[in-house]
Design a protein around this ligand. Structure first.
Ligand code: GAR
Length: 199
């Protein structure tokens, strides 16, 4: 990556997209020095797509099962990323394992946010798993994506207490509030690092 102008981000989401929206807001407030070039969604009825429309961010959505293989699905996604001039992929509630096609094309340029203190409670329901385990503390992790499930190099973590009167809903709210601040901060730090490396 060597480029002029702001770093171009693609956000991948499968669900509500609140982290996507927080990132778009951070970009618009200029606390993140980037452009959100594209939302990629693997669930065509996800609320994240409604947010993208409202925020005037271009989006594409797919039914991955309609592709003969993970590789062919990711190749199609890659074509859209290249067309949009994307430099960095940000996963925000994207509930699909990234395969070799995207990992090779975006080596060290895919970041994920996970709602637990990894390596504890990886997988699809990190908040629920910590709550069900009766943990007194959980948190948020931002990490680089590798071929494993929530195993890449950790860029930042922040703790969140689970209080005796917390419900799963109140815990989710606390986690999301942390995510919406932490993720843009870590993305901004990572962008600065990439810009230095490729200067
Ligand atoms: C976030 O809590 C994110 O950490 C989690 O999905 C939620 C998406 O919320 N990601 C994972 O669990 C990944 N394993 P959002 O759609 O409102 O941003």
């Amino acid at each position: 990556m060597s480029k002029e102008g702001p770093i171009r981000l693609a956000v991948f989401a499968s669900g509500s997209g609140s982290n996507f929206e927080a990132l778009v807001e951070a970009v618009r407030k200029q606390t993140v020095d980037a452009e959100v070039a594209l939302l990629v969604c693997d669930k065509p009825d996800a609320f994240a797509l409604t947010r993208a429309k409202r925020l005037a961010v271009p989006s594409v959505s797919f039914y991955p099962k309609q592709f003969p293989s993970k590789g062919s699905f990711e190749k199609e996604v890659l074509d859209h990323l290249e067309e949009a001039g994307v430099d960095l992929i940000v996963l925000a509630g994207y509930m699909r394992i990234i395969g070799s096609t995207l990992l090779e094309a975006f080596d060290n340029r895919i970041i994920n946010i996970h709602p637990s203190l990894l390596p504890f409670y990886p997988g699809k329901q990190g908040i629920q798993d910590a709550f069900d385990a009766g943990a007194i503390e959980t948190g948020v992790t931002v990490h680089l994506v590798d071929e494993g499930i929530d195993t890449g190099e950790i860029l930042a973590q922040e703790k969140v207490a689970i209080d005796p009167d917390d419900t799963i809903e109140s815990l989710e709210e606390k986690i999301h509030a942390v995510e919406h601040v932490l993720y843009p901060e870590v993305i901004q730090t990572y962008i600065k690092k990439l810009q230095k490396e490729y200067a």
